[in-house]
Design a protein around this ligand. Structure first.
Ligand code: OGA
Ligand code: NI
Length: 351
């Protein structure tokens, strides 16, 4: 189990403290430093023409996805085909879940063995500096890991919404994986097959970032790259928080209404032999507003060796990574917590 008693950040926040406990205070170099924001933002990609029969429109969309995945590792997807109403209802049902009394949520308290359930930290290092957030983590795929009785039974529509939302997002992820395969010059099913075909993994992490009296001293989620394949993030509608690293600077993402924020995870970086980048990101918190986000992780089957596509390896561009399963790979973040991009870089030189 956890190395120390679990403290719910939401309870701390609601207790009305004016100063955050030392455990949440980041070293100065990691603090947000709300310096003047650059006038840049991550690319926005309109998916309307992704599978259009008009060749030019189709190619244009692929090019936009490709350059976003190379230059940023991130983009906001609009006209993605998922019902805005479903997105809103799913996000709001989770906000209601976090607003339930603590005792209700505690029934789902998680442990570091599977991480499934209601949690307040990532990593099991005793004495670690913690992030200003609580979360709920659940397995959606493979079906044998899906256990709706571990999902919130309240609000009463929560389980149905998770099922419906998951099905839609999985479909969209399949489309995006096709687009990424083609734009890497691979067969359209390459990435999906390398992920395990029908046997992919998918999980949902719902993040809750409570109001914070000293947002300049802490982070809602420390810098990390996502260990899995691809992430579709549904951010809160009227409050920013996500920051993406670009040329050493932190860019705050301004959420486009009804968009998904798509990002490349470490496994696609590996499969693409680093043509597509899994980019560091983090979350800042806010003194007056809570924030909810839904991160849906689309992952390779957990026991398949993941390695660069042969087609993307040449004498000029040797394989940067040797094979490793996702099960082995994710032990790192589950042990040490979010630590920038040290993991994929470490794996690159030492695997
Ligand atoms: C994550 C993540 C960003 C956010 O859950 O991996 O990066 O805005 N979340 O909550
Ligand atoms: Ni992330």
């Amino acid at each position: 189990s956890w190395p120390e008693p679990v403290v719910r950040v939401q309870s701390l926040s609601e207790s009305g403290i004016r100063a955050i406990p030392d455990r949440y205070i980041k070293p100065p170099s990691d603090r947000p430093g709300f310096e003047n924001q650059e006038h840049v933002d991550i690319p926005v990609v309109d998916l309307k023409n992704l599978f259009s029969h008009d060749h030019t429109l189709h190619e244009e969309t692929l090019k936009l996805i490709s350059s976003a995945c190379k230059e940023w590792g991130f983009f906001q997807a609009v006209n993605h085909g998922i019902s805005h109403e479903l997105m809103k209802c799913t996000r709001e049902v989770w906000r209601e879940f976090f607003n339930l009394p603590l005792e209700v949520k505690q029934e789902y308290a998680n442990a570091p063995t599977t991480y499934e359930g209601y949690g307040s930290r990532l990593g099991v290092q005793k004495g670690a500096i913690l992030d200003w957030s609580d979360y709920f983590f659940l397995h959606y795929l493979p079906v044998y890991l899906r256990n709706p009785s571990k999902w919130p039974s309240l609000p009463s529509s929560c389980r149905d919404l998770i099922s419906e939302y998951g099905a839609e997002v999985v479909k969209l992820c399949g489309r995006l994986l096709k687009a990424m395969s083609i734009s890497l010059g691979l067969k359209e099913d390459y990435l999906q097959n390398a992920f395990g075909g029908e046997d992919i993994g998918a999980c949902l992490r719902v993040n809750f970032y409570p109001k914070c009296p000293q947002p300049d001293l802490t982070l809602g989620l420390s810098s990390h790259s996502d260990p899995g394949g691809m992430t579709l993030l549904l951010p809160d509608h009227d409050i920013a928080g996500l920051q993406v690293r670009k040329n050493g600077k932190w860019i705050t993402v301004k959420p486009v209404p009804n968009a998904f924020i798509v990002n490349v995870g470490d496994q696609i970086q590996v499969m693409s032999n680093a043509i597509y980048k899994s980019v560091e990101h983090r979350v800042i918190v806010n003194p007056v507003k809570d924030r909810v986000s839904l991160a849906f992780f689309y992952n390779p089957k957990s026991d398949l060796p993941i390695e660069p596509a042969k087609e993307l390896v040449s004498e000029d561009r040797p394989a940067l990574y040797s094979p490793m399963t996702f099960d082995e790979y994710r032990l790192y973040i589950r042990t040490y917590g979010p630590r920038g991009k040290t993991q994929v870089e470490f794996s690159g030189s030492n695997r």
